[in-house]
Design a protein around this ligand. Sequence first.
Ligand SMILES: Nc1ncnc2c1ncn2[C@@H]1O[C@H](COP(=O)(O)OP(=O)(O)OP(=O)(O)O)[C@@H](O)[C@H]1O
Ligand SMILES: [Mg+2]
Length: 271
Amino acid sequence: MTDVPVLQVDEISVSLSGRQVLDHVSFDVRGGEFTGLIGSNGVGKTTLLRTILGLQRPDSGRVLVSGMPLSPRSRSLGYVPQKIVVDPDVPMRARDFVALGLDAHRYGLTRRSPQQRELVERILHDVDAERFADNRLGSLSGGEQQRVFIAHALISQPKLLLLDEPLANLDPRSVQDIVALLHRVARGYGVAILLSAHEMNALLPVMDRIVYLTGGRAASGTTDEVIRSDVLSQLYGHHVDVLQLHGRVLVVAEPGQDNQDIPQHPTLTLG
Ligand SMILES: Nc1ncnc2c1ncn2[C@@H]1O[C@H](COP(=O)(O)OP(=O)(O)OP(=O)(O)O)[C@@H](O)[C@H]1O
Ligand SMILES: [Mg+2]
């Protein structure tokens, strides 16, 4: 681990169709850290991840990866996008899709070396996907596909893995499994993780840091530093309370405030 952050997001502003989506957003991610990018639907999580990847040009600000501007075809970043639609009829095994991650920076077919084949097997094992590795990718459940997508992104051994809402559409048990898996592989592979989600509670046990996004602006730090009434009230521009209940966190606005931008939480059962 070096002192240079693996990712520096420095005063990034982005407008889309004339509307400012991100307004001077700044934060760092250090080697091996797990960072949650938390915000409601439409606050700009995907836009921020696409800007980090160089797929969206910012109006101003800069992104540095290991202290350098991102170069085309950089192997430093792995990416699991929000929307991956797999036709069930595509004749590709999960194993083949993972191996394709080795060719992310090349065109054409490549003959696999024994070392590469070994790497595919190791990663399938590490994400616990061996049992369905020979099934068609499109026939797998959402949770199984998510493991394969993570393996696909990990196999080029990036320094930073960006995951856009990988927990959406999973049941609570699968959410727990995928979070635990990501925590384990982040430690095992020494890869930093930046994961977007609209709900933070499942991530509280594993997050080293949080980037909380609302109204185009971000607050970042440890969860203790950010998930506080004073910090979030300033970010929202109106008073919000942070309630802690059985190890879960709930951000609530006073009645009459526009609550639309507050990430939705599952119903809490009291008593
Ligand atoms: N290409 C585009 N042109 C115009 N507006 C866009 C474009 N892409 C996204 N937007 C708008 O920018 C805002 C941020 O979108 P973005 O997809 O980054 O949000 P998000 O936080 O990822 O939301 P979700 O949780 O629903 O995935 C939204 O209001 C969206 O409609
Ligand atoms: Mg999104």
